[in-house]
Design a protein around this ligand. Structure first.
Ligand code: FE2
Length: 181
């Protein structure tokens, strides 16, 4: 948006702003790694919710693209992505999915986590776009915006399917089927 560009005019020469942007890109990289693990753990276990599985598979493919877009930005910024220390945050996504695996309502907990996660990513990309513009790197904005749109689509899908997934879960359970995933 034009307003964000205007309000950050004059910051492009600041080394602090450059460094905040680079840290933001690295954080986005860690976040995508975490998103991948969270979704992959779910897909491995999903049995009774084919639509959820399909959407997760699609978003896993999108997330791999998002990670590549971030890699490309890091490369153009001259940052070595092999030095990224995102193992710590990666674990968190995995731990969340593992914890939910022990719950009787695993499908619901994962759905809530997915909605939270996608919204976290949306905020993160919106913030990163402002940083890119402020740091004078508006050439990266189209690719960041593409990732943002994918997150918004996924968040929208999850948000509009919470009720449906819950009803399916209740129907399975009422029929005595074990359908927690
Ligand atoms: Fe996402």
């Amino acid at each position: 948006m034009a307003s964000s560009t205007m309000s950050t005019a004059g910051l492009a020469g600041s080394e602090t702003v450059q460094s905040i942007f680079i840290t933001g890109v690295k954080n986005a990289h860690a976040l995508e790694k975490q998103a991948l693990q969270l979704m992959q753990r779910q897909v491995e276990r999903l049995e009774n919710y084919p639509e959820v599985r399909q959407m997760l598979e699609r978003h896993i493919a999108e997330t791999q693209q998002q990670e590549e877009r971030i890699d490309q930005i890091l490369h153009e910024l001259g940052e070595d992505r092999s030095l990224l220390k995102d193992w710590a945050t990666q674990l968190m996504g995995n731990v969340a999915a593992i914890q939910h695996a022990m719950m009787a309502d695993e499908i619901l907990k994962n759905t809530f986590a997915n909605q939270a996660f996608e919204n976290f990513e949306i905020a993160s990309y919106r913030s990163l776009i402002v940083m890119a513009e402020a740091a004078g790197h508006s050439q990266f904005v189209p690719s960041l915006r593409k990732s943002l749109e994918e997150e918004e689509r996924m968040a929208q899908w999850v948000a509009s399917n919470v009720e449906k997934i819950t009803r399916m879960y209740l129907e399975h359970e009422a029929r005595g089927e074990q359908a927690n995933r």
